[in-house]
Write a protein that binds this ligand. Structure first.
Ligand SMILES: [Zn+2]
Length: 298
């Protein structure tokens, strides 16, 4: 429709860097294959901690200039992944990072966590009706690990998919569109265990002082829950690592490992895993899909 590429993928994330950590390989692969890949990021990540000491002044409790800086990091990451369509929900700065669960920032009027879900979803409906994705990727209901912005991103994405398909809803936002498949980011337990075994074997060689545990990895579930797997092949695995490196205020990458501001070394997973939350599976029962568009009709 309207000259759009045949395959269209939409990803909804909370902060700049979440897309590269969770879906960098998937985004690079589909972009390289000519699919239209759209990233919607819900906040600028203004409340993030800053890793490089020389940039520490950007933090919210000092210059409060991290959001604008992270806009640039995200643009650099998207260049590494070959993704040209990246947007902020409602425009840059419309919703602010809510900080960690329980933080006083949760209750700020601009905080994404304080936003009315339907009001925030309307911005996403407009994007859905414009780019008309067959496939939507977002977080599970717990937001992977319980960050308020991740939980809210899940709620907004799920609600927007519902509203976008409703023929009577806000025709001023475009013609109705039903997303065929919705996936939640997941990480299978066996992959986490293997990653941490490798980490323990090499952990002393990493520059980060601490070691993460499987419990620190968002979205870990029993292997049986995984319905789709995108293998961490080259050149996409390298693009993912480069995209993560572009988020330099948030992520320190060291070969097959990385650390966030908590300085805990964790494995950099290049394989990416999903659970089909809505839509028809494109693989036989009990088998994993290796293409998020498997079984898509139009
Ligand atoms: Zn995040």
């Amino acid at each position: 429709m309207n000259g759009l590429p045949a395959r269209r993928l939409l990803l909804v994330h909370a902060h700049p860097d979440d897309e590269s950590i969770n879906n960098g390989v998937t985004m690079a692969k589909y972009a390289a294959e000519g699919a239209h890949v759209t990233l919607v990021t819900c906040t600028l990540g203004e409340e993030g901690e800053v890793i490089p000491p020389e940039l520490a002044h950007l933090a919210a409790d000092r210059d409060d200039a991290l959001g604008a800086h992270r806009v640039g990091e995200l643009a650099a990451a998207m260049a590494e992944l070959g993704v040209t369509d990246h947007r902020f929900l409602g425009g840059p700065g419309r919703f602010r990072d809510s900080g960690m669960m329980g933080a006083p920032q949760n209750g700020r009027p601009q905080a994404f966590w304080s936003a009315d879900v339907d009001e925030a979803a309307a911005y996403l409906v407009e994007v859905i009706r414009e780019v008309r994705p067959q496939v939507l990727v977002t977080y599970d209901p717990d937001g992977g690990y319980g960050h308020p912005d991740h939980i809210q991103a899940h709620r907004v994405a799920m609600r927007a998919a519902e509203l976008a398909a409703e023929s009577a809803y806000r025709r001023d936002l475009g013609a109705p569109h039903a997303v065929e498949k919705i996936y939640w980011n997941r990480v299978p337990l066996s992959v986490v265990e293997e990653g941490f075994a490798a980490l323990r074997a090499a952990g002393r060689e990493t520059p980060f002082p601490g070691l993460a545990t499987p419990a620190d990895v968002p979205g870990v579930v029993a292997d049986e829950r995984i319905t789709a797997e995108i293998a961490g092949e080259e050149p996409y695995a390298a693009a993912k690592a480069a995209a993560m490196r572009a988020h330099a205020t948030q992520i320190a990458v060291d070969g097959p490992f990385f650390a966030l501001s908590n300085d805990l070394t964790q494995p950099l997973f290049t394989g990416e895993y999903y659970e089909l939350a809505a839509g028809r599976p494109g693989a036989a029962a009990g088998e994993r899909e290796h293409d998020l568009f498997a079984g898509v009709r139009a």
